[in-house]
Write a protein that binds this ligand. Structure first.
Ligand SMILES: C[S@@+](CC[C@H](N)C(=O)[O-])C[C@H]1O[C@@H](n2cnc3c(N)ncnc32)[C@H](O)[C@@H]1O
Length: 259
């Protein structure tokens, strides 16, 4: 007989508890940083972020929302290099705790703020010039609602930009399907993602397949790992990702749309 334990937690709180206890424990976040670089837990770290942010046409004082802001690397760069005002929203307390420590160290409190929350539950109306996200939407299953809420959150003519892990066009191996299921990821091909964005009302939508660049970054990141093999699980996980990427199973995309 199944035994149901009533915790009284909301769905967002349950997701937080699960993320903080598994993929994003403080220890595992600090390990990820060793491969992605300080303040980043996403593909290409500071290097891809610098290239991407240069495309956003940010001006001093512009308001940016970073969904799934993690350790704050993107927010800090937008504030320091473009004078943007950035608000980061994240569902992991462990990520937010480290982000707050780094915010304090960098003395950027006047330009950057972080908040706990599930973006799907946010009630923000037409406040942001840019809604930005890096490799976080894979955690959000209801894509139709996700892009509807983003649309509401943006000012007229506001810009959406995000990157995310994607299904490649190739066959999916049992091993990859098991990995995606175990992590609870909700993934689509770049083309399918583009359709979700258009359906929410965005114009000038671009859905760029960056699968090859993803492979290049994975190989570069692997070279950055400490040579003493002190974190073998990360090395193994990157080697597996490289193989999936080479087989065309695991891709990456960059996405843009205007309100
Ligand atoms: C792979 S990390 C990327 C962090 C950061 N964007 C970066 O570039 O380093 C994904 C982040 O998305 C957050 N996240 C997942 N679901 C979320 C949701 N529904 N609302 C807000 N943040 C979410 C996770 O807690 C995690 O910090």
């Amino acid at each position: 007989m199944d035994i149901l334990i009533e915790t009284g937690a909301t769905p967002a709180e349950s997701k937080t508890a699960q993320l903080d206890a598994t993929q994003y424990t403080r220890e595992s976040i600090l390990k990820y940083e060793k491969i992605f670089g300080k303040n980043f837990v996403s593909t290409g770290g500071a290097e891809s972020t610098r290239e991407i942010i240069a495309m956003l046409n940010l001006k001093p004082g512009m308001k940016v929302l970073d969904i799934g802001s993690g350790l704050g690397g993107s927010a800090f760069m937008m504030a320091q290099e473009y004078g943007a005002q950035v608000h980061g929203l994240d569902l992991s307390h462990n990520m937010l705790d480290i982000a707050q420590e780094r915010l304090h160290e960098l003395n950027l409190e006047k330009q950057v703020s972080f908040e706990y929350g599930d973006f799907l539950e946010s009630q923000i109306d037409a406040q942001y010039d840019v809604v930005y996200s890096r490799d976080a939407f894979l955690h959000i299953h209801d894509k139709a609602k996700l892009f509807q809420v983003i649309f509401k959150t943006l000012k007229p003519n506001g810009l959406l930009f995000f990157t995310d892990y994607c299904w490649g066009e190739g066959e999916h191996s049992e091993e990859f399907l098991a990995y995606v299921a175990q992590r609870g990821y909700a993934m689509y091909t770049p083309k399918e993602y583009g359709e979700f964005i258009k359906a929410a009302g965005f114009k000038d939508v671009q859905a760029l397949d960056k699968t090859k660049l993803f492979g290049d970054y994975l190989r570069l990141e692997l070279e950055k790992l400490p040579k003493d093999n002190s974190i073998p699980e990360i090395r193994q996980s990157w080697n597996e990702k490289i193989l999936r990427n080479q087989r065309g199973e695991q891709g990456w995309g960059w996405f843009m749309g205007k309100k």
